[in-house]
Design a protein around this ligand. Structure first.
Ligand code: GLC
Length: 446
């Protein structure tokens, strides 16, 4: 990095540089590209919010922070967390069946309760609940047997720790700037936990959360990154580390326009809560699949959440969604896994993906579409069109192509009745060579 003599740069430029610096990640994309490849190809991960909040079915950590329940009542849940029916092999099998290639589980949420046997304090499900066991190791073992990458969610925020400044929404314990020694004690604590998780479980991916409560300097983000990478150099780190992560994590709603990040992942609940809740607003398989397809078509992954109960069982509607997603993936996975983002929306009004060599274009048809679908501005010759999971070949018609003009004709593809998938149908277009799109103004001028 060249050094800049700030005295010689006009103020407005400095301001611009600061703003740009803020928006941009501090991590050089080229240097992390090789380790990011499995993540880019994986497309689907399963998020697991396991915690004591499942005992009463209250908002994970936020319920006491926001004053919906007192801190004492919240902590009473420690007594009810049993994991009596926890079956990590079943979890891993279900995740594998869904088609997911990685899973991220809470090692500690904002409530400060560790889901493994931490040596840094006594607030863990091993020492403070009837479960008396570590959830993480057996789960990772089962995932690894199935070649599924392991992820550790870790909340930087710890509202239970006596040396953490934040606690309830309207009251904090102290301010960092007035008691740096106290902050340092907390910092040693959380960095030791990260060290511990990193050496005990060697997660393939770190999923930090809560970075918004402090700056990169306060968290010592660069140091945190080094702690992880010095032991596990290939670990991937999500973006919630104040600029020191490898990829971005939009949450809950798919962004309206294509995110300009190199790598990103939409994290989303299956009902309207991260943890187990009395909430029956389950997304249907169709909703989940269409959101998944939208994310992948825009170059991202989906991290779909499940919230197990205190005994370690997974609510049945959630199991069903994962199974249906798996069925769909087994039939249509060719258009999803190991692909790259599709073509700009103006060419096709729906989700698309491309094979890595760009000679195959996949079109996703939501709902039970039949009749003709249109593709605009395709310069290639189409060699063959098929419906995934179905042997039918489809016919197409080129409309409005003048032989001597550079403007390609419109492609109308006829989709007959009876070839539709129950959720999202995928058309596979084999092209004569890597895709070339026309985006000129029409007529003779390019
Ligand atoms: C939010 C919340 C948290 C949840 C997370 C998942 O940042 O603080 O409760 O675990 O999103 O993405």
């Amino acid at each position: 990095m060249p050094t800049i003599d700030k005295k010689r740069v006009p103020v407005f430029l400095l301001l611009l540089m600061t703003l740009l610096g803020r928006a941009q990640s501090k991590i050089d994309a080229a240097s992390i590209r090789p380790k990011m490849q499995w993540f880019a190809d994986a497309k689907l991960g399963i998020f697991i919010h396991a915690g004591i909040y499942s005992v009463k079915g209250v908002d994970e950590s936020w319920s006491f922070h926001n004053g919906k329940i007192s801190y004492d009542d919240y902590m009473q849940q420690l007594k009810g967390f049993t994991l009596a029916k926890y079956d990590p092999a079943y979890w891993a099998e279900l995740i594998s069946e869904s088609g997911a290639r990685y899973a991220v589980i809470t090692t500690k949420h904002h409530d400060g309760v560790s889901m493994y046997d931490t040596r840094q304090n006594d607030l863990s499900i091993v020492k403070a609940t009837p479960a008396k066991r570590d959830m993480i190791r057996p789960f990772y073992e089962e995932l690894r047997k199935r070649n599924i990458k392991t992820g550790a969610y870790y909340s930087l925020i710890d509202w239970s720790h006596p040396d953490y400044p934040g606690f309830l929404k309207d009251s904090s314990r102290y301010q960092v700037k007035y008691d740096y020694n106290r902050w340092n004690r907390f910092r040693n604590f959380f960095q030791s936990q990260i060290q511990e998780i990193n050496s005990l479980f060697k997660p393939d991916l770190w999923w930090f959360d809560g970075d918004w409560e402090h700056s990169a300097e306060e968290w010592e983000s660069q140091k945190v990154r080094n702690i992880i990478l010095s032991v596990n150099p290939n670990a991937i780190i999500n973006g919630r580390l104040q600029g020191y992560g490898d990829y971005e994590t939009p949450e809950q709603n798919f962004p309206v326009s294509k995110p300009q990040y190199n790598w990103w992942e939409l994290c989303m609940t299956t009902n309207d809560n991260w943890g187990f809740h009395n909430d029956e607003n389950w997304k249907t398989p169709y909703e989940v699949i269409s959101i998944f397809v939208d994310a992948v078509s825009n170059g991202g992954n989906l991290l779909l959440d499940m919230g197990p109960k205190e005994d370690g069982t997974i609510p049945e509607p959630q199991v069903q969604v994962l199974k249906e997603l798996g069925k769909w993936n087994r039939k249509n996975g060719e258009a999803i896994f190991n692909t790259i983002a599709g073509i700009p929306k103006g060419h096709f009004y729906g989700a698309t993906t491309l094979s890595k060599d760009s000679t195959t274009l996949f079109l996703f048809l939501q709902g039970k579409i039949s009749g003709d679908v249109t593709l605009k501005g395709l310069k290639n010759r189409i060699e063959e069109i098929s419906v995934l999971g179905n042997n039918t070949r489809l016919s197409h018609k080129i409309v409005g192509k003048i032989s001597w003009s550079p403007v390609p004709g419109l492609v109308y593809i006829h989709v007959p009745e009876g070839v539709q998938d129950p959720y999202v149908t995928v058309l596979k277009l084999k092209l004569d060579k890597p895709i070339q799109l026309y985006s000129g103004k029409g007529g003779l001028s390019e």
